[in-house]
Design a protein around this ligand. Structure first.
Ligand code: G1P
Length: 292
C-alpha cells in the first residue's frame, strides 16, 4: 500500500428513494435539498474538501438530474450574467468546477456492495473513498479527510465509526475489534444490521470509508447477505481477514438525511448557522412551538 494519495471517491446514488415518496417520484432523492443545497452536493463538497479530484457516481435510470447539477448550465449562467446577477451565475458555475464527475450504471439493484463493485473499472488499483448520500457529516475537518489521514498514517483501510444506542444497531453496519488507541479500533468483526441481542458492539458505520482496492476482490467473493443483497459490510469482513482494517471514531455531527426527521434536523442546524437566516428561523420555531 505505497500509494497513499486518495484521489477518487465513489458515491452510490442508484437507490429509488422510496422513503421520500412522493417527492422522489420524478426527481432523484439525492437532489432533495438540505436548506438550499441538494444532499448530494453536500457529500461531493465533503469529498472535494478532502482532496478528491474524481467523483464516481454509481447511478441508475432517471438519475440524469444529478449529472446535470455538477455540469455547467450555459443557458442559465449566461442569462444571469446578462441580468447582472453575477453572484448567482458564479454559484452555478462553481458547482460545475467542483470536480470531475464520472458516472457508471448499476444495472441491477443487487445491494450496496455490488454498487461499489460497479465502480471497480474506474477506480483501478488505487485507494479510494466511499461516501453514502444519506449520511451528512458536519465537521471542521471533513470526515473523509479524517479517514484519509488515518489511512496515510496507518497504511490500512479505515471506516468511519460512531457509537449508537443499542436499540439502533439494527439500522447500521456494526464493527467490533481491539482498541489501537483512543478513537481507533483494529476491526475483527463486522455485521450488517444485527439485532440488539446479536450485535457485537454499539459502534456503527455511518457511511464513510477509505479503502484499499483489494476490497473489489473481496466484494466479488461476497455472497448475498441481509435482504438478499451483496452488502459492503460483508465484503469488509472478508477484507478484514486478508489485511488490516481499522475503524475511526471521527469528530463531527452526523445527520441521517435518509430519514424525514433527520432531514429536518439537518435543515434546522444548517439554517441556524447561516447569519441571514438564524434570527428568522428562531422566530419561526418559537411561533410553531406556541402553536400559532
Ligand atoms: C447502509 C449500509 C450500512 C451503513 C448505513 C449508514 O445501509 O449498508 O452498513 O451503516 O448505510 O447509513 P442503508 O442505510 O443504506 O440501509
Amino acid at each position: 500500500m505505497s500509494n497513499f494519495k486518495v484521489r477518487k471517491a465513489v458515491i452510490p446514488a442508484a437507490g429509488l428513494g422510496t422513503r421520500f415518496l412522493p417527492a422522489t417520484k420524478a426527481i432523484p432523492k439525492e437532489m432533495i435539498p438540505v436548506l438550499d443545497v441538494p444532499m448530494i452536493q453536500h457529500i461531493v463538497e465533503e469529498a472535494v474538501r478532502s482532496g478528491v479530484e474524481d467523483v464516481i457516481l454509481v447511478t441508475a435510470r432517471h438519475k440524469e438530474a444529478i449529472e446535470n447539477h455538477f455540469d455547467f448550465n450555459f443557458e442559465l449562467e449566461e442569462t444571469l450574467d446578462q441580468k447582472n446577477k453575477k453572484d448567482l451565475a458564479e454559484i452555478s458555475r462553481s458547482i460545475g468546477r467542483l470536480c470531475n464527475v464520472i458516472s457508471v450504471r448499476q444495472k441491477n439493484p443487487l445491494g450496496l456492495g455490488h454498487a461499489v463493485l460497479c465502480a471497480a473499472p474506474i477506480v483501478g488499483n488505487e485507494p479510494f473513498a466511499v461516501l453514502l448520500g444519506d449520511d451528512l457529516i458536519d465537521a471542521e475537518v471533513p470526515c473523509t479527510q479524517q479517514l484519509i489521514d488515518i489511512y496515510s498514517q496507518e497504511g490500512a483501510s479505515v471506516v468511519g465509526m460512531m457509537e449508537v444506542p443499542l436499540n439502533e444497531v439494527s439500522k447500521y453496519g456494526i464493527v467490533a475489534g481491539t482498541a489501537v488507541r483512543p478513537r481507533l479500533l483494529e476491526v475483527s468483526h463486522l455485521v450488517e444490521k444485527p439485532s440488539p441481542d446479536s450485535a457485537p458492539s454499539c459502534y456503527a458505520i455511518p457511511g464513510r470509508y477509505v479503502l484499499s482496492p483489494r476490497i473489489f476482490e473481496c466484494l466479488r467473493r461476497t455472497q448475498p447477505g441481509k435482504n438478499g443483497e451483496i452488502q459492503l459490510t460483508d465484503g469488509l469482513q472478508i477484507l478484514a481477514q486478508c489485511e488490516r482494517l481499522l475503524a475511526y471514531q471521527f469528530e463531527g455531527t452526523r445527520y441521517d438525511t435518509g430519514d424525514r426527521l433527520g432531514l429536518i434536523d439537518a435543515t434546522l442546524a444548517f439554517a441556524l448557522k447561516r447569519p441571514e437566516l438564524a434570527t428568522g428561523v428562531r422566530e419561526l420555531l418559537r411561533k410553531h412551538l406556541r402553536g400559532g
